[in-house]
Ligand binder design. Structure first.
Ligand SMILES: [Zn+2]
Length: 314
């Protein structure tokens, strides 16, 4: 059966979601700069035509962050008071402004994918999945993935699954369940997927988790997925990892094949959003960017966006 893939990835990117202030010189994590560096690298590789940029989205306001955080923690981050530095990043007004855009970019990308499932949606963002209701943690400030999923649940009753292939466990979702009971409805307990293990074992684990999520999709209990293919799950990353390059890229292929299988089963394209998440290599950051680009390209080339009755009959 011939595949009908999307020509472009709809990409929610504006330079306002980048923090330029003090990151290169003073921050271990380069993630606040990563959206900018990634788009530059995409341009250098001559791949810009495959990314349809959307920059006309509004930033989040403080009230949006209250979905997943206490008002006092939000105020601390905005005002440089109390535990403002619990994220481990150098504070600046630029950082705060960029956070209102990264979190909004992810939400807008997911909302777009949900409403336009024939498109592949992408938010070049990181620094979210370790944040907790009353503090930041591990280069993460606000739980953007939790906020976005709760907002989609409130707007549409949409339920999501997070395929978080960052090299570290995404604790934000679990840590926010008691803070906001809507998280249980927006992201079911077995739909926060964080594989572990090495190479083949990692992929087997991922496939097992996809099968569990897949059953929910077939029963219309899950309506969209987000693929956060963190580059720090690569073995050569400075902060550990699980897969060599071959297996790391294979994860994107496994994901793409699974999306096609799901779309065929539900007779419509399963809404897909992609995000960046982690990746840390002091001596070779280009390798981090290139892994992200390999993953995006694998999804673009392999995810069929025209699953439907005509296709099934052909
Ligand atoms: Zn990580």
């Amino acid at each position: 059966m011939k595949k009908t893939t999307a020509n472009k990835i709809t990409t929610f990117f504006t330079e306002k979601q980048v923090c330029f202030d003090s990151i290169r010189e003073q921050s271990y994590s380069q993630s606040p700069l990563k959206p900018h560096l990634l788009m530059l690298r995409i341009n250098d590789l001559g791949l810009s035509d495959h990314f349809d940029l959307r920059a006309d989205f509004k930033p989040f306001e403080k009230a949006d962050f209250e979905i997943a955080h206490t008002r006092s923690y939000i105020d601390n981050v905005f005002n440089k008071t109390g535990n403002f530095d619990s994220n481990g990043l150098p504070w600046s007004e630029n950082l705060v402004e960029s956070l209102t855009y990264t979190n909004s970019a992810l939400y807008n990308a997911m909302r777009h994918a949900y409403l336009n499932p024939t498109e592949l949606s992408f938010a070049p963002v990181s620094g979210m999945h370790h944040a907790m209701p009353n503090s930041g943690c591990g280069f993460c400030t606000f739980s953007g993935q939790v906020i976005a999923s709760v907002k989609l649940y409130e707007e549409f009753g949409a339920v999501g699954a997070w395929l978080d292939l960052d090299g570290h466990f995404g604790n934000s979702i679990e840590d926010t369940r008691s803070f906001n009971p809507l998280v249980d409805k927006a992201i079911p307990r077995d739909c926060n997927v964080n594989p572990t293990g090495k190479n083949d074992h990692y992929i087997s684990y991922f496939k097992e988790q996809l099968a569990i999520v897949g059953e929910k999709i077939k029963r219309n209990k899950v309506h969209y997925v987000v693929f956060a293919h963190g580059a720090d799950s690569h073995l050569d990353d400075d902060l550990g990892g699980y897969c060599d390059t071959e297996h790391w890229v294979e994860c994107a292929q496994v994901f793409s094949d699974w999306v096609n299988e799901m779309s065929l089963a539900i007779r419509k394209p399963l809404p897909v959003t992609m995000a960046l998440f982690g990746g840390y290599r002091k001596s070779n950051y280009k390798a981090v960017l290139d892994l992200h680009i390999d993953s995006l390209a694998t999804c673009l080339l392999n995810i069929d966006r025209e699953m439907g009755e005509v296709k099934c009959a052909s």
